[in-house]
Design a binder for this molecule. Structure first.
Ligand code: NAD
Length: 271
């Protein structure tokens, strides 16, 4: 089937569906300037996950090379601090005019919320939610709070990196010392999925008629089992992205190009 008939078949499935789950990954935010982790030149190339994305790896790196952790935090937070929703996030929010839509995202960047989607389950948590050691919510921070942390950390690196200065810089989002413990509520490798988001995401995946997967490799488990679960429950599975993943119908292309075109067809404005 060619690209045009794939798009129109996907639009038919979405139009016929009463309950749609949009399952998104890092690729949906790539066009907002937030790099994916896995793609070439992505975060994992510069910061290997075994050193930066597990609790024990991160602590070991912090003890041996604290300035590298500062660089990692800047690399993670700066693009998110600067980001705004792109055409793909906005199209997902618009889809609610046509059906019940539940957004299940692996992203921590808050962009589906900012685009106006009303039901968003962040299964890997949110960088804006700061929690204590027991996972209790302490406060929410804003994009400009993240910007301030990044600027202060950059200053410590420019000053020759002093640990005390760096700890002071990150304190609004991260602290391990006697003055308290806090961290962003994001799921590192080996940690439990965010709740209640994960339970809600599994329920929604079992109940949907159509799942629209956007910008995910399907390599990160357990999140990647949701499309298989939706398929077993009878849903049609559409995937959007440059690489094929588990799906019935693949719309090849970037999220920012494909989703607005798809939305036009769903709302009867396309050709
Ligand atoms: P991933 O496994 O979801 O892979 C990214 C996918 O996006 C790839 O398949 C890639 O081909 C695709 N992609 C790249 N550009 C695209 C575009 N313009 N449009 C559509 N698809 C595009 O994610 P990952 O990068 O391996 O990250 C792993 C985990 O790290 C995520 O599940 C998430 O929890 C976290 N993460 C979050 C963010 C964020 O919040 N924006 C960014 C990076 C990573």
């Amino acid at each position: 089937m060619d690209a045009v008939s794939n798009l129109s078949r996907a639009a038919d499935w979405l139009r016929e569906a009463e309950n749609i789950v949009v399952f998104s990954g890092a690729g949906v935010s790539a066009e907002s300037g937030i790099p994916t982790f896995r793609d070439e030149g992505g975060v994992w190339d510069r910061f290997p996950p075994e050193q930066f994305a597990t609790p024990s790896g991160l602590l070991a790196t912090a003890a041996r090379q604290p300035h590298r952790v500062a660089e990692f935090i800047i690399g993670l937070l700066e693009p998110i601090a600067e980001a705004a929703p792109n055409a793909a996030h906005l199209a997902v929010a618009e889809l609610e005019k046509h059906a019940g839509v539940t957004v299940v995202t692996q992203n921590i960047d808050g962009l589906h919320h900012d685009a106006g989607s009303t039901t968003v389950w962040e299964v890997h948590g949110s960088v804006f939610q700061i929690v204590d050691q027991a996972g209790r919510q302490l406060r929410r921070v804003s994009r400009s709070d993240l910007r301030a942390v990044v600027d202060a950390l950059r200053q410590t690196l420019a000053d020759g990196f002093q640990l005390d200065q760096a700890r002071q810089a990150v304190r609004p989002v991260l602290d391990f010392g006697p003055q308290g413990y806090c961290r962003p509520d994001i799921v590192l490798f080996g940690e439990a999925m965010a709740e209640p988001a994960w339970t809600k995401a599994r329920e929604a995946s079992e109940e949907c008629d159509c799942m629209l997967i956007v910008g995910t490799s399907g390599a990160v488990y357990p999140a990647a089992m949701l499309p298989e679960q939706a398929k077993s429950a009878g849903a049609n599975i559409i995937a959007v992205g440059p690489e094929r993943c588990f799906c019935d119908l693949w719309l090849r292309g970037t999220a920012g190009a494909v989703l607005p075109a798809l939305l036009k067809l769903v709302s009867g404005q396309g050709t």
